[in-house]
Design a protein around this ligand. Structure first.
Ligand code: ATP
Length: 235
């Protein structure tokens, strides 16, 4: 469904990604593990058209998408839930959710159905629909950010470090919903430092260090990998 082949990205002279090759198939939940600054967000920004690769090829459903503007990629089915959530804090919950579909979907009835689906996934968002996004707890804000990305009805959802800053119990709740979203048919690519939580729900994954993929494998292989355990699981 999504394939990156030898993708490199530079910020000025600094090469943030070097020859990244990876793929995500329809229906999968794939995790991208890496420490701070390893390049996870840069991969996501490049897939969603916000960074331009200096080299390499990115294909979405068989077609090259290098250089396609971000807004067109959202319409093509790639949803991006950025690190740090990037909500509109003064706007209320339902307004934030509607921003997720505003520029990409015209069919009001279908949008209303998606809103219902988001409220089913996150009942707390329905309860708090009139509350400002800025007044929500960290976990609720993360749920809102995921809900807003779902409003564009993506086929592939890119989730950039959804566990960041959340208490373990809340991380578990958020990851349960991510798994439910995936089981509902949305393909998920999840960037995480929290390998324990992420590998519990992932089918497969990649480890990125200093802009390079250093390990790849299915969930069991990554759990069993000594380097992964030492660096990310602490066992
Ligand atoms: P984090 O979780 O901290 O965001 P990450 O794995 O997502 O980490 P990136 O944000 O992709 O990492 O950053 C990869 C590298 O590129 C880092 O060394 C970072 O300092 C650098 N970098 C990121 N954005 C820019 C930018 N706009 N200009 C220059 N360097 C950047």
């Amino acid at each position: 469904m999504l394939t990156l082949t030898d993708v490199s990205v530079r910020y000025g002279f600094y090469e943030a990604l070097s020859d990244i090759s990876m793929h995500v198939e329809a229906g999968e939940l794939v995790v991208l593990l890496g420490a701070n600054g390893a390049g996870k967000s840069t991969i996501f920004r490049t897939i969603s058209g916000l960074n331009k690769p200096a080299k390499g090829r990115i294909e979405w459903k068989g077609k090259s998408i290098g250089g396609v503007p971000a807004s067109n990629l959202v319409k093509a089915g790639i949803g991006h839930c950025p690190e740090g959530r990037k909500l509109f804090p003064e706007m209320n919950v339902s307004e934030n959710l509607k921003m997720g579909s505003y520029a990409v979907r015209r069919d009001k009835k279908a949008v209303a159905e998606t809103l219902e689906r988001v409220y089913t996934l996150f009942p707390i968002l329905e309860e708090k629909q009139k509350a400002s996004a800025g007044s929500l707890s960290g976990g609720q804000q993360q749920m809102l950010a995921i809900g807003r990305a779902m409003m564009a009805r993506p086929e592939l959802l890119l989730l950039d470090e959804p566990s960041i800053g959340l208490a373990p119990l809340i991380v578990e709740q958020v990851f349960d919903v991510i798994q439910e979203i995936n089981r509902g048919g949305t393909t998920v690519l999840l960037a995480e430092q929290n390998a324990n939580a992420a590998l519990k729900i992932a089918d497969r994954g990649y480890v990125i260090e200093d802009g390079k993929i250093v390990v790849e494998g299915d969930r069991e292989e990554l759990f069993a990998n000594d380097d992964v355990r030492k660096a990310y699981i602490g066992a």
